[in-house]
Ligand binder design. Structure first.
Ligand SMILES: [Zn+2]
Ligand SMILES: [Zn+2]
Ligand SMILES: [Zn+2]
Length: 229
């Protein structure tokens, strides 16, 4: 449960305060210059915040159980795979998930995951995930990328980026829905209100199709015709 005190000054906020994705309060009056790159909490002066070399600040709350090493990633991957299989998205071939310290910027956005494949053969080479994420962000990212790998493995007809990314966001959202804590529902909310024309718009249009037709019909249509039913 959220603590009523401000995470910055430790006092009960007397004026307006904001609430981070981790459910922590901060008085608006502090006027932070930077924020946690994962939960958006304003960064107070002083130590205790982790800053990987790529200069993405991470608050102490998001640092608990974060996935910084390949070893830590290995502990989380089987669970995400099993969760995705339970949702009907399982890969025939095991795809390796590798942690990386940087991601390329694509269309002004910096993704937290990438799936590599051979265009000619449709063979998935592997999944890369940015290091330093919380376990929840990590799982969300792996779920999204397993979606890409699944579409490639099936030779799905869908190629339009809005539908491809939208469907993978729907997969990630379905994974988040089954996770406990304050962060998962906030991340789902952020997906639903994401202003991005590919990820946000895609999520909304695919989700609407799922609500109308059911997931099976949507997956079948995207795999066979490349369009929504
Ligand atoms: Zn305060
Ligand atoms: Zn944080
Ligand atoms: Zn994607």
């Amino acid at each position: 449960m959220a603590r009523p005190e401000c995470a910055w000054c430790g006092r009960l906020p007397l004026g307006p305060y904001e609430v981070s994705m981790q459910d922590e309060r901060t008085c608006v009056a502090h006027g932070a210059a930077s924020r946690c790159s994962l939960c958006g909490r304003p960064r107070p002066p002083g130590p205790g915040w982790y800053e990987p070399f790529r200069r993405r600040p991470r608050c102490p709350t998001c640092s608990v159980g974060a996935v910084d090493t390949q070893e830590q990633a290995r502990r989380h991957i089987p669970g995400v795979r099993a969760d995705m299989a339970a949702l009907g998205v399982s890969l025939d071939r095991r795809v390796r998930v590798t942690l990386v310290d940087t991601m390329p910027t694509i269309d002004g956005a910096s993704p937290t995951g990438l799936t590599h494949s051979f265009k000619e053969t449709g063979e998935v080479i592997g999944i890369e995930v940015l290091s330093g994420l919380t376990a929840v962000h990590f799982g969300q990212t792996v779920a999204h990328e397993i979606g890409h790998a699944w579409l490639i493995e099936r030779g799905a007809a869908v190629t339009h980026p809005v539908l491809v990314e939208g469907l993978c966001e729907v997969f990630a959202s379905a994974w988040l829905k089954k996770q406990p804590g304050a962060l998962p529902p906030r991340l789902r909310e952020a997906m639903a209100t994401n202003p991005d024309k590919t990820y946000g718009a895609g999520y909304r249009v695919v989700r609407e199709a799922v609500v109308r037709n059911g997931i099976r019909k949507v997956l079948h249509a995207l795999c066979v015709t490349g369009r929504l039913p």
